[in-house]
Each structure stands twice: as structure tokens, then as C-alpha cells.
Design a protein around this ligand. Structure first.
Ligand SMILES: CC(C)(COP(=O)(O)OP(=O)(O)OC[C@H]1O[C@@H](n2cnc3c(N)ncnc32)[C@H](O)[C@@H]1OP(=O)(O)O)[C@@H](O)C(=O)NCCC(=O)NCCS
Length: 407
């Protein structure tokens, strides 16, 4: 532990922890302690080698197609500052992924320090949000804002997890949160929450936010970290409440899911972004932020649990390339029928479609970040077959993925 803590202190100086503080943090994290560490030691011959590499393999569950998939959250990849550029991080992650698969995880997700590094390890981009910077008065007022309450104590926040739990199964890529996971959301009480109660016993929406108190003129903002509603009334009330803060706050930073139609609520659509090249009379409205990457660890288990549109019944043959996980490599047959996927090893019998593709592309298709037809049009997958690829698009379609939790 002391030697890995030292590797972490040199690898993540901006976190500001000393090696002993790293040790405490690695042992006791709400997401898991020593059991989540995956460590690489230098081969010291007869002697014990020192720890030169390590990462954390958190065990999460991620909602995909209405099912909780056991997911490895890869985090804290750190290589000793004197052992870089020898392929150690690549080896560490590849062996960690095989271990995670062996212990039963079907998929994995991470936030990359550099996308090309994890792309080579089979991960594909799997989440985008549109970041808006809106003036509060550009949101619509709503009389139901009177039913929005600040929830700053554990008692006042008690209804929030149950709103999240009712909302999350229909999302793609969000993470199942236990009691301790919520402690991370509040970040030692530096975040606030507001909750909407349609009536005293029925809470149907909440917003988690921070204050950005930059004193420069125009720099005071409400940073919306997450916002969840179970019905349109809750959404309208929460927007109305944010609009009512106009005299105190210059703008609201809001990250919208690409399919939530946020712009329909805005009175004015201009994003005050400096330095964006103009395109004739077109103007910027938001920034696109990309975050998580995603990978299938176990083809058979992941597809066996994935739900598909029951209207579509077809047989898909896969020729899959996975350099890190040999059990995934090669031929697979997926029979999509009555909303389920029946997975068989090998190329058995005739198929309506045959796709040849690498694991990162299949992973993006799996989580709904990329339609099969888009993969083919981008030259990421080769296709032959009698059925139109659009049939596969429809069968596999999910809401676009996103993930609030960071690890
Ligand atoms: C990011 C980090 C983990 C990479 O570790 P690393 O062991 O140097 O990584 P690798 O050697 O496996 O790969 C890095 C690059 O070196 C290349 N490389 C591997 N062996 C090499 C060699 N013998 N000679 C030259 N380059 C080599 C790899 O191909 C890779 O390049 P590419 O991704 O552009 O194709 C390390 O720099 C680190 O700990 N950084 C600080 C902490 C951090 O940012 N962690 C990630 C966030 S969670």
C-alpha cells in the first residue's frame, strides 16, 4: 500500500493528497477499498519487486435496455513516474479487464485521460451532453415553483434516491446507486439540492447544483449537476424555480441529454461562446461534451441480458476482433427474438446479416451510442446479408447513453 500510494501521489498531484492520505483514501472509499485494487509489481527476481503500477476496478451496475448490467468502473490508472512508456498501463488494464470478466462483470466503463489510449484497449465513446449557458430569465416561469423546496439536510434529501430509482431504469448508461454512492453526490455537503413536491407526500423531481461564486461581472452561476423529473409538471416547476433566481445569478450552466429537447424551453437560444468559428449566419447554442467510454467484457453474458425491440426478429452473425479478451474473439451468432438475444458461439446456420467489427464498435452499438448503419457508413464495420441494416438499427435502438456518476 505505501508504495502504490506513492505512485498515486506522483500520478495525481492535482488531487493534493500526500502518500499517507492516499493510503487512507485507497483503503476506505465509498466505492470499494483494497478489494478493488489491481496492482503491478516489478519483477525483482529472488527479491520482492516494488509496486510500479496500479488501478481500481470498481464494481458497479449500469442500466442498459432496462436491465442492470454488472459493470467494472476502471479508475485511478497510475504508473510509476520512472516506468512510463513501456506498455505497463496497457498491460495492467488488459489483465485487469480479464480479471473483471472472470469475476462476473459483463461490461466496463471509464472516463479517459486520452481517448486514443483506451480506444486501443477496446473502449468506445459512450456519452454526450449538450452544455448550455442560459440566463435564468430565458427559462419559463411556472407557478408550481412554489412547491420547490431546498433540501440541504439528510432528512430533506431522503426522497431523492427514490426519485432517481424510479427514473433510472429507462435511461441508458446511468449507474445503480446504493446508500453510500449518494454520499459522493453530496460531496461533503458542497452540493445543494432542490426538490419538487406536487403535494406534501409526493416528490417527483429534483435538481443537484453548486453555486459558482465568481465575483467578476457576469460570472455568478448555478451549476446544475443533475436534474431528474418523473413527469412534465416536475420539470416545468424546477425550470420555473431556476428562472426565479434571476436577480442573484447571471447564468445557469445546464448539461442536457441530447434527446431531452431542452431548447424547446428557452426564450433565447444564443450560447455566449468566444472563439467559435462562425459559419455564415449560424450561431452557437451549446457545447457538446463527451465523457464516458464503454466496453463489453463478456459477449455472451452482455448480449444474453440485453433487451431488444420485440417487433424485430432476425439472426445476426458476428466476426469479432478483441485483442485483449480471447474469449470474445471470433465468430458469434445472435438470434434476436421476442425481445431477447440468444447467443451462440460460432457461425451456426444462415444469418440475415453478417457484421465484421472490432470490440469497441460492437460495444458502442450495444450501449446505443452508435447505430449499426452509422458504423457501416463510417467504415467501422463490414456488412453482408439480405436484411437491411436499418432493421438491426431499429431492433437495437435505445435512448442515447449518458452517466452522471464519475469515477
Ligand atoms: C497515463 C499513464 C497511466 C500511461 O502509462 P504508461 O505505462 O506510460 O502507458 P503505456 O506505456 O501502456 O502507453 C502509453 C503510450 O506509450 C506507448 N508505448 C508503449 N511501450 C512503449 C515503448 N517501449 N516505447 C515507446 N512508447 C511506448 C504506447 O503505445 C502508448 O502510446 P499510444 O497510446 O499513443 O499508442 C501514465 O502516464 C500515468 O500514470 N499518468 C498519470 C496518471 C493518469 O493520468 N492516469 C490516467 C487517468 S485515470
Amino acid at each position: 500500500m505505501p508504495s502504490f500510494a506513492q505512485v498515486c501521489a506522483h500520478s495525481f498531484p492535482s488531487v493534493g493528497l500526500s502518500p499517507p492520505e492516499w493510503e487512507v483514501s485507497l483503503r476506505d472509499d465509498v466505492r470499494g477499498g483494497v478489494d478493488t485494487l489491481w496492482i503491478g509489481e516489478e519483477d525483482g527476481g529472488e527479491e520482492d519487486g516494488g509496486v510500479v503500477a496500479g488501478c481500481r476496478l470498481f464494481r458497479y451496475q449500469q442500466w442498459i435496455s432496462g436491465v442492470r448490467m454488472p459493470m467494472t468502473g476502471l479508475s485511478t490508472v497510475a504508473i510509476s513516474a520512472t516506468h512510463r512508456r513501456r506498455g505497463l498501463a496497457g498491460d495492467l488494464v488488459a489483465t485487469g479487464l480479464r480479471e473483471a470478466r472472470a469475476t462476473g462483470d459483463a461490461v466496463s466503463a471509464l472516463y479517459p485521460f486520452r481517448t486514443s489510449f483506451y480506444h486501443r484497449l477496446g473502449y468506445g465513446m459512450s456519452g454526450e451532453v449538450r452544455q448550455y449557458r442560459v440566463r435564468p430569465r430565458d427559462l419559463p416561469d411556472n407557478p408550481a415553483r412554489r412547491h420547490v423546496e431546498i433540501a440541504d439536510t439528510p432528512e430533506a434529501r431522503a426522497d431523492i434516491p427514490s426519485i432517481y430509482d424510479r427514473w433510472v431504469p429507462a435511461q441508458t448508461g446511468q449507474v445503480v446507486r446504493g446508500r453510500r454512492a449518494w454520499e459522493l453526490v453530496w460531496q461533503q455537503d458542497t452540493r445543494h439540492a432542490a426538490i419538487y413536491r406536487a403535494d406534501p407526500d409526493r416528490a417527483t423531481g429534483y435538481v443537484v447544483f453548486r453555486y459558482l461564486t465568481d465575483d467578476r461581472r457576469g460570472g455568478r452561476a448555478i451549476d446544475v449537476e443533475e436534474i431528474v423529473w418523473l413527469d412534465p409538471a416536475a420539470r416545468a416547476a424546477l425550470y420555473g424555480w431556476l428562472a426565479s433566481l434571476a436577480d442573484q445569478w447571471d447564468f445557469i450552466l445546464y448539461r442536457a441529454h441530447p434527446e431531452e429537447s431542452f431548447v424547446e424551453f428557452l426564450r433565447e437560444l444564443c450560447y455566449p461562446a468566444e472563439g467559435i468559428p462562425p459559419w455564415h449566419s449560424w450561431f452557437p447554442t451549446s457545447n457538446v461534451l463527451a465523457g464516458p467510454m464503454f466496453r463489453i467484457l463478456d459477449v455472451e453474458r452482455a448480449w444474453g441480458e440485453r433487451r431488444v425491440d420485440p417487433e424485430w426478429s432476425l439472426t445476426l452473425a458476428l466476426e469479432l476482433h478483441d485483442p485483449q479478451i480471447p474469449e470474445n474473439e471470433g465468430e458469434w451468432t445472435l438470434r434476436l427474438d421476442e425481445g431477447r438475444v440468444h447467443v451462440r458461439r460460432g457461425a451456426s446456420g444462415p444469418a440475415d446479416l453478417r457484421l465484421a467489427l472490432p470490440i469497441d464498435v460492437l460495444s458502442r452499438i450495444f450501449i446505443g451510442a452508435l447505430a449499426p448503419s452509422a458504423a457501416v457508413m463510417a467504415g467501422l464495420a463490414d456488412v453482408v446479408g439480405t436484411a437491411p441494416v436499418l432493421a438491426l438499427d431499429r431492433a437495437l435502438r435505445l435512448p442515447l447513453p449518458w452517466t452522471f456518476d464519475r469515477f
